[in-house]
Write a protein that binds this ligand. Structure first.
Ligand SMILES: C[S@@+](CC[C@H](N)C(=O)[O-])C[C@H]1O[C@@H](n2cnc3c(N)ncnc32)[C@H](O)[C@@H]1O
Length: 374
């Protein structure tokens, strides 16, 4: 690239030329000629793991907002697949850099586009579409669900976590058609609002969605959904939409299909109330050595596996601690105690101080008092 100084970084088994002033942490700003954020390496490593488990021969894979090509080129290089890879960015410096990075890694068979993504999606269809924008993905979802083949996968990042997690509820209503609410478990309601929005956008076009892996990390939400054609599939997905309620007085929380008039609870939604991950997919993933965030991936996959089948909406030990005025016990001890009392209990990836349980909140507070240090 002409005027920008480039440096080489390595992610997984792929070398990438990126602007020397690249973003190291946080959502980052688009001040460089081409965007690259080192902190998103974890999310890209997860894409590699998923690609290795999911991609089928002759699949058409699109990295729709590719910037330096970090994600799409890594998928082409590291996913051992005979899929066809397409990378797109409307910024001409970005598409030039993608070509340079493809040559650097000896990747000859990718197709590079320099288009507005919505135009490309109106003309071509794919089996895997990755949407990793600055901020909100809402402008791309409608086009992406229509351009995704039956049984294909849509991968979406959202970095507008503040609107989704209740800091800016009006923005959430405008963008996602859903009320967001501040709560100790707002990261989960934020992710579920994003999923609910995608499900409704897909349903407009008679397509159903099945979330296969959805998570919160650092400053973003990331979700992967299988897209299934058919009005019946769409109706089925819509049945899993509902609301999250939170009663600050009692600390009760949960997912319901309808809001109740006259209740003390606050409601977030509409949002996705079903499973966030497919256990079968998680079981088929094997974490290989080359990944830069290998340890983090292994830990996350364990937590995601544990969450399968757990009730929606987690508790934080510090809210129970504050309510009972007791020192919090160790998380492992708390989870063990809950299980020994016959309840379901797991740690959650959403928060190191978070856990999920089906024990009713009154019993939970009593147990917490009994086992916590005074
Ligand atoms: C956050 S960056 C993508 C980061 C990249 N996926 C990675 O892992 O490094 C978003 C990119 O989207 C591109 N972009 C924004 N709006 C676009 C549009 N409507 N069509 C195509 N590209 C677009 C920007 O030029 C930018 O490079």
């Amino acid at each position: 690239m002409r005027s920008t100084q480039l440096v080489t970084v390595r992610e997984g088994a792929t070398d990438l030329l990126v602007p020397a002033g690249f973003c190291k942490k946080g959502p980052g700003k688009s001040t460089e000629a081409v965007f690259y954020n080192k902190q998103m390496e974890f999310s890209r490593d997860v894409s590699i793991l998923l690609g290795r488990a999911l991609f089928e021969p002759a699949w058409r894979i699109l990295d729709g907002l590719a910037a330096s090509g970090a994600r799409g080129l890594r998928m082409a290089n590291e996913c051992d697949s005979s899929s066809q890879f397409h990378l797109n960015d409307r910024n001409s410096y970005a598409s030039e850099l993608i070509r340079q990075n493809a040559r650097l890694n000896g990747i000859n068979d990718v197709t590079v586009h320099c288009r507005d993504l919505r135009g490309l999606l109106a003309e071509e269809s794919f089996d895997y579409i990755d949407i990793d924008p600055f901020g909100t993905p809402v402008g791309f979802i409608d086009a992406a669900v229509q351009a995704c083949h039956d049984g294909g996968v849509l991968a979406v990042t959202a970095t507008d976590t503040a609107p989704l997690s209740g800091t800016y509820p009006k923005t959430s209503s405008r963008r996602y058609g859903a009320v967001s609410v501040k709560s100790p478990f707002a990261h989960e309601t934020g992710l579920r609002i994003l999923l609910g929005h995608i499900v409704r956008e897909a349903a407009k076009h008679d397509r159903g969605c099945e979330p296969i892996l959805s998570f919160h990390a650092d400053h973003y939400f990331r979700c992967h959904l299988r897209i299934l054609k058919g009005a019946g599939k769409a109706d089925r997905a819509l049945k899993s939409l509902g609301f999250a309620f939170y009663d600050e007085k009692t600390l009760a929380r949960g997912a319901v299909s309808e809001r109740q008039d006259g209740s003390n609870a606050r409601y977030a939604g509409p949002l996705w109330t079903g499973e966030l991950h497919s256990p079968g997919l998680l079981d088929s993933i094997s974490v290989h050595d080359a990944l830069g965030t290998r340890k983090r991936c292994m830990k996350a996959i364990d937590l995601w596996r544990g969450e399968a089948g757990a009730p929606p909406l987690y508790y934080r030990v510090d809210e129970l601690s504050k309510r009972t005025r007791r020192q919090p016990p160790r998380m492992t001890h708390l989870v063990e105690q809950l299980r020994s009392h016959g309840a379901q209990a797991v740690s959650t990836h959403f928060d190191p101080k978070g856990f999920k349980t089906d024990m009713p909140v009154g019993e939970l507070l009593q147990l917490f008092e009994d086992i916590a240090d005074r």
